[in-house]
Design a protein around this ligand. Structure first.
Ligand SMILES: N[C@@H](CCC(=O)N[C@@H](CS)C(=O)NCC(=O)O)C(=O)O
Length: 249
């Protein structure tokens, strides 16, 4: 059997998406940690796999691939046991999923990743915090969350673009937002609490991918505890700021 290797750091949101998707779908793979904090993604050996020097990437047999959306599409098609709802064969449904995935990278990702990097995560990766960039990113993030509520989640169905079951887009976008768990509670609350539909959709995606969702996200809760120098059991049910907000819906 051809071995699948997933090169990832669970602190990275697209890495988490690939790992959760793979665990939920039950095919065999080997997770190879590429430690962002040790800058292993810039090593010459890793750049042989991903010349862009970023995680995630995969090696499947003698085939290398990077870019998380391309990887999710590939994995959904490469393993016959993956249910159709993850990346439907139906042309229109598939096109809608591709549409939200393309939107994600220049909107939600740009806002969420830059906000978290410039307000809390930077120093752990050897980068300075930048309040001006954090504030610009927060505006993009707020606009993206509003667009999610008013457009991408507007149809009937619990999931993006009207799906009654999750697709690769739900995993990808939810993993983008869950990095907000790294923020101080008040910041996470300020940004997410106004978006009730988004909160419910995160919860529905968690439930659809449980227990892998919680296991893969425990790294965020441990890292947040490290930032605030508090001890943490890293238990998603009791430690997640996002989950706590659900009680206000
Ligand atoms: N568009 C890429 C983004 C990958 C990406 O930005 N990865 C980050 C971690 S979340 C990374 O490797 N950052 C290190 C760097 O760019 O030096 C994807 O979706 O895979």
């Amino acid at each position: 059997m051809t071995t699948l290797k997933i090169y990832a750091d669970r602190l990275s949101q697209p890495s988490r998406a690939i790992i959760i998707f793979s665990k939920v779908n039950g095919y065999e793979f080997q997770e190879v940690k590429v430690d962002l904090r040790k800058r292993e993604h810039k090593s010459p050996e890793y750049k042989e796999i991903n010349p862009m020097g970023q995680v995630p990437s995969i090696v499947h047999g003698d085939f290398n691939l990077f870019e998380s959306h391309a990887i999710l599409r590939y994995l959904a098609c490469a393993f016959s046991g993956v249910a159709d709802h993850w990346y439907p064969a139906d042309l229109i449904k598939r096109a809608k999923i591709n549409s939200v995935l393309d939107w994600h990278h220049s909107n939600l990702r740009s806002g969420a990743a830059n906000y978290v990097l410039n307000s809390v995560l930077g120093p752990a990766l050897g980068l300075p915090l930048n309040p001006t960039k954090a504030s610009e990113a927060e505006n993009i993030l707020n606009a993206s969350l509003s667009t999610l509520e008013s457009y991408w989640l507007k149809e009937d169905g619990k999931f993006l673009v009207g799906g009654s079951q999750p697709s690769i887009a739900d995993i990808s976008l939810v993993c983008e937002i869950t990095q907000l768990e790294l923020l101080e509670e008040k910041d996470c609350h300020r940004i997410l609490a106004p978006h009730k539909k988004v909160l419910q959709w995160i919860e529905d995606t968690r439930l659809a991918t449980s227990p892998h969702f919680e296991e893969v996200h425990s790294v965020l809760l441990k890292t947040k505890a490290m930032f605030s120098k508090q001890s943490s059991e890293a238990n998603y049910e009791s430690e997640s700021s996002i989950k706590a907000m659900l009680s206000t819906i």
